[in-house]
Each structure stands twice: as C-alpha cells, then as structure tokens.
Design a protein around this ligand. Structure first.
Ligand SMILES: [Zn+2]
Length: 276
C-alpha cells in the first residue's frame, strides 16, 4: 500500500525520521495492535497509536465509563459516562485518524478467548489494573510467539517490560500473581492521572519501535519510575530456563485464570500492576 498525498503530509514528521521513513509509515498502516484495557494506560496508548497511523487497533475491555475514570482515562469524555469504554475509545480514535480501523472487543479477556484474540494481532499492549490479565496476556503471547508490552501504575509509580519471543517473559520475572487475600483494593491506593500518560506513552513508543523495527526494545529490562522524585531506573532481568511457561520444561501448558480482585496493589515493589 503506497502512501497518498494526504498521508505523506499527515505523517511527514514520521517520514523525516531516520529508520522510520515512508517504509516505516507503511508498516504502521499495515500493522495490527491489540490494546488490552481502555483505561488509564490503554487511553494514551490507543490515542498515540491512532495518531501514528497504526492501521488496525483492537481494543478489549468489558467496562463502561465511570465518572471517576475521567481523571486519567483520556480516551473518554464526560458525555461518555455510562457508555461502553470500547465504543467511547473507538469514537475518539476514528475522529483522530480516519486511516485507522478499530476492532471492538467489548468483553473480558479470559483463558477461553485470549489465545485466539492474541493470534490475530502483530503486537499486544497490556495496560489493565489486575495481575491475572497480565499473566494471561503473557502466557498467551508465549504460546502464540507474539510480542507484548506489559505495564502497570500505582500512586506515583509506573513499571513496564516488553516481552519478546525467546527473551525474558513476565513470568520469568514475577512467576505468579500475589495471593488473592494479600492485596488491598484500589480505592485505598489512588494514582496521579498524568502518571498513566507517562507510562502509557512508554508503552506506545515500544509498540511503534517494534512495528517499524527501529531502536532497541525494552526486553530483558524492567523500567520503573517514581514521579515524586522523577527518577527512572531499568533493572536487568534474564530469561529463566526454569520459567513455568517459557522455560525448558514448562509446567504451564495452557492458559490459567487466576482469581483476584480488580485494581490490585502490588505486594512488593516493582510488580507491574495497580490502578489503571
Ligand atoms: Zn518466562
């Protein structure tokens, strides 16, 4: 698919970039990305991907827009309260860029549907508020040999890792969700709205890098920041040969669904969950 004149103008700042160019922009237009969760992270992710001209964006989310979401979930407006988040986000994306087709999946990602859904896309962005979905996305991506960005935010902090086939997966680092009764609820935690934008744009950037092939992915590293001190650090992690899902002798060979309240707080520093 060659770029038309309008597209050359719309995407001119991309086309100017060494390593992206017209070829990279065509790759974006031909790409399919699945965004899991249309909340605090999914909002900036899907809007930046749409603006960038990612041709097909799938959004999976079962929720409706709540007034308390609007403090950070910028894909939705006041008039959208009560509407399906998937419908609301799709409308804003279509207004932003008519080159983008949105595929709506207005249901919860589950062990039954995750693999089939993941297989339809080139890259997956996980930005939900709960651990079970992070593990579900990770495992589905390992089984389907897909790449993903997994992220979480809480209070003033955010963390993210990019999972690629053959490199460290989320389970290599975090093994399994914390016990169900070990986590308080999100109402006790809170999150600074702009922190969702900080981490979401890191995830969107990782996606665009992956699709165009530019730069070095955030693989085998967990990137975390604390907005209060505005300190960022990347901790090196390694693929674990004893990992239960991607290791040499995997014990997890099909998708598992963990039970856990939504909006879980990480029990130890560095885990990638929290409020979305
Ligand atoms: Zn692993």
């Amino acid at each position: 698919m060659a770029l038309n004149d309008q597209q050359i103008y719309r995407y001119s700042r991309h086309i100017l970039l060494k390593g992206v160019g017209g070829t990279g922009q065509e790759k974006l237009l031909n790409s399919r990305v699945l965004v899991v969760g249309a909340g605090g992270l999914g909002s900036p992710v899907s809007l930046y991907l749409a603006a960038a001209g990612v041709g097909t964006i799938g959004i999976v989310d079962a929720d409706e827009v709540d007034l308390s979401n609007l403090q950070r979930q910028i894909a939705h407006g006041t008039d959208d309260v009560g509407r399906s988040k998937v419908d609301s986000a799709a409308e804003q994306i279509e207004e932003l860029n008519p080159d983008v087709t949105v595929e709506k999946h207005p249901y919860r990602l589950s062990a039954e549907n995750a693999r089939e859904l993941v297989e339809q896309y080139d890259f997956i962005v996980e930005g939900t508020d709960n651990f079970p979905t992070k593990f579900l996305v990770n495992d589905a991506c390992v089984f389907a040999s897909k790449s993903a960005s997994i992220g979480g935010i809480l209070r003033f902090q955010g963390s993210t890792i990019t999972v690629l086939p053959e490199e460290a997966c989320y389970r290599c680092v975090f093994r399994q969700p914390p016990p169900k009764d070990a986590v308080p609820t999100c109402a006790q935690a809170g999150v600074l709205g702009a922190v969702a934008g900080m981490l979401g744009t890191v995830q969107a950037t990782e996606t665009l890098k992956h699709l165009t092939g530019v730069g070095t992915p955030l693989a085998n590293r967990v990137l975390s920041f604390d907005a209060l001190s505005m300190e960022w650090r990347a901790v090196r992690v390694k693929r674990d040969r004893n990992c239960p899902v991607c290791g040499d002798n995997p014990t997890i060979t099909e998708l598992v669904e963990y039970e856990q309240p939504a909006c879980a707080i990480p029990p130890r520093e560095g885990q990638l969950s929290g409020v979305n």
